[in-house]
Design a protein around this ligand. Sequence first.
Ligand SMILES: *Cc1c(COP(=O)(O)O)cnc(C)c1O
Length: 341
Amino acid sequence: MKELDWSNLGFGYRKTNYNVRCYYRDGKWGELEISSSEYIPIHISATALHYGQEAFEGLKAYRGKDGKIRLFRWEDNANRMIHSAKGVLMAEPPKELFFEAVKKAVLLNKEFLPPYGSGASMYIRPLLIGTGPEIGVKPSKEYMFMVFVLPVGPYFKNGFKPVNMMITRSYDRAAPLGTGTYKVGGNYAASLQSMELAHENGFASAIYLDAKEKKYIDECGPANFFAIKDNTYITPKSTSILDSITNRSLQKLAEDMGMKVERRKVAVEELETFDEVGACGTAAVITPIHKIVDFDTKKEYVFGSPDTPGPVTTKLYEKLTAIHWGEAEDPYGWITIIDEE
Ligand SMILES: *Cc1c(COP(=O)(O)O)cnc(C)c1O
């Protein structure tokens, strides 16, 4: 194993030994190839560069308590990449190819897989791009699917600690019938200005409202939004948000804990009534939110203590991470062990 300061890894790019690649040409996918280069040669007129034909995924591998390497819900990520590929008219990487590529990328870089107990894990980034040259706006005939990995610490520097976020109506991330449900770079391009505004003002993230009425909460930057009140887990239903696998998992665990789960519109004013709120996604799992400032009305919504996440948020976090690390049963078959050591 590499000698790294595992507990203090940030969430940043780091070179590992290998990545895997696969090309789609003449209407079919080729063989998986292994590369030790961090670069890809790409045609200057590739559709990914000009017309945003690209999609990505993000999942993690964990070294469990028993030393085994676990993938969490990879099949959901594979399905979502297929959904994204369909959304921007790209060739879809078959599920088996997705799995083989992920498994290979992780196992080839095993020395970068953080040890159990460090809190660090291996982030896996599958990427699909249109590589064929087109200058008229149309889908490429050629694609490249690749997977690279890197060891990561917690997404937010302070770990599982509450953060503050802001609402702004000055920017939208995705339109109601746009590309919000696809994990494509274009949505991220659209989010950069509001994220920058949030960071400049000392907030961890911007919270997006629905683009049409600007009344309902959509999501929190690259994470879904959830709230807790009256023994209920509430999360927005919207046609412009990314269906988070972490959020789906938390909904299941909340049900297990005897809570009600509601997926519905969440109006901004309803923030006043919530006991706990948070953001969820693979990178940070859960980011508890202490305060939400409405940048336009200057209204502030405060939840719990600035230092300690709420009790339900904490319990959900502990339950989910215990499954990740193989410390708890996996009743829903979310874990795939890829290496019996
Ligand atoms: C990836 C992503 C999420 C989180 O999804 P997970 O499957 O939980 O990692 C949430 N929102 C957006 C916009 C995303 O791109």
